[in-house]
Unconditional design. Structure first.
Length: 294
């Protein structure tokens, strides 16, 4: 695996000068995105001089034919109310993002996209494909946030950073890579390159006891990063928790990580995801910012 040189000039200078484009999907119905994810997205974009693109997803509810609606409650009014709530929330979220970005002097573009409720997650996926990185939240008691995150991670072809709903974004000084030598992990390392290059230190973490790993795989990656100008070391820890995803996150926190980088593992059939244990645990309850790539 080849890692672009972080500290020397060369053919990648033009790419390094490009402004990063971050994508923030904002849900409006049935639940609304939190104010914290907007604040974190603005703060994070500011740290990396990125252009933030906020997209409020306003929903349209399919109307039920009169023959059916007459058998139900006042369906037209219920639909009208739901769509009004969605529009009002979209306006509120866009206003909040605009104000926060202006205060932080972060370049922001906002748009509202109207989509049907069944296609909400597909719309988020389609929009995410235009940008370098998606910024997402996963809230345990708001299932739709996880559904959007899964869809974007596995179907957009773009990496995503998942912020927990209880942490504030900060500079990424210490970055931890969860490394098992897999294709997904290699993809995540490549997608995390802008953050690896700017981190003060990088730890390549391999967890033993969960599955067989070559003894030198983490060391090999750390050496490759060092040769690219990164302050990187390899470290190992023993898998002790009932959940591999929880073990990875807890170990990353114990060593003082500001961000965890990991591959997203899963298979998709008719939009039903069978997730790997680590991926499932992180999406269920992220404990720190996690860059995940599939």
């Amino acid at each position: 695996m080849e890692i672009d040189d972080c500290n020397r000039g060369g053919p990648r200078e033009m790419e390094q000068d490009m402004t990063a484009q971050y994508f923030l999907p904002l849900a409006t119905y049935p639940d609304s995105s939190s104010g914290l994810i907007i604040s974190n997205a603005v703060t994070f974009a500011g740290y990396y001089s990125a252009h933030l693109h906020a997209c409020a997803l306003s929903v349209a509810i399919p109307h039920i034919p009169n023959a059916w609606s007459s058998l139900l409650l006042d369906t037209p009014k219920m639909i009208e109310h739901a769509e009004t709530v969605s529009r009002d929330r979209a306006a509120t979220l866009v206003s909040s993002a605009t104000n926060l970005a202006a205060s932080a002097e972060v370049e922001l573009s906002c748009r509202t996209v109207k989509t049907s409720l069944p296609l909400l997650h597909d719309t988020a996926v389609t929009e995410a494909r235009f940008f370098d990185l998606a910024i997402l939240e996963c809230i345990a008691d708001v299932p739709d946030t996880r559904i959007v995150a899964e869809a974007v991670i596995f179907a957009s072809g773009r990496p995503a950073i998942i912020f927990p709903n209880k942490a504030l974004a900060g500079p990424i000084d210490h970055l931890v890579i969860a490394w098992d030598g897999s294709r997904a992990a290699a993809r995540a390392v490549n997608d995390a390159r802008p953050f690896i290059c700017k981190a003060r230190r990088v730890s390549v973490l391999s967890l033993t006891g969960e599955k067989p790993l070559p003894a030198t795989t983490g060391t090999h990656l750390a050496e490759t990063l060092v040769s690219s100008g990164v302050n990187a070391i390899a470290t190992t820890a023993r898998f002790t928790s009932s959940s591999i995803g929880l073990s990875i996150q807890q170990t990353a926190l114990e060593v003082g990580a500001d961000m965890l980088v990991m591959g997203g593992f899963g298979h998709s059939r008719l939009r039903d995801f069978v997730l790997g244990g680590a991926t499932d645990a992180v999406l269920h309850e992220p404990l720190l910012p996690v860059l995940m790539s599939h």
